[in-house]
Design a protein around this ligand. Structure first.
Ligand SMILES: [Zn+2]
Ligand SMILES: [Zn+2]
Length: 125
């Protein structure tokens, strides 16, 4: 004996947008990409992925990988950290600033180099 199936009623309850805060929303910059890769932190604001080329900061820059550059003295094998504590491959941030934008691609702070370290030295440690 088959059980009578209840009629499937399409209950499309519309989600009301309750998060819309009244008042002004100050928009300082457009978010072009959101990097959700954050397994552990090296320091404040340090992520292990280059926000410019999206390659791991424990490996050479995407450009280096694409061109098979294995010379560890190349900029792509170095990490450059700015005063805002965001880190990028040295060649990535160099190319970025050479395009006329002297701001951190992540937080938009004026870009100022704080330190440059060889990626190989981090792996060896
Ligand atoms: Zn990079
Ligand atoms: Zn920054």
């Amino acid at each position: 004996m088959a059980e009578p199936e209840p009629e499937a009623v399409a209950g499309l309850a519309s989600k009301s947008l309750v998060n819309q805060a009244p008042g002004e929303v100050e928009k300082k910059y457009d978010v072009l990409a959101v990097n959700l890769v954050c397994t552990w932190k090296f320091g404040d604001g340090f992520t292990d992925t280059c926000a410019i080329c999206k390659a791991s900061l424990y490996e050479a820059s995407l450009d280096c990988q694409a061109h098979n550059i294995e010379d560890k003295k190349h900029d792509g094998w170095h990490l450059c950290t700015g005063m805002c504590d965001h880190a990028f491959h040295y060649d990535c941030i160099k190319k970025f600033t050479q395009r006329g934008r002297n701001n951190c691609p992540v937080c938009n702070a004026p870009w100022e180099e704080k330190s440059v370290v060889a990626i190989s030295s981090m792996n060896d440690a």
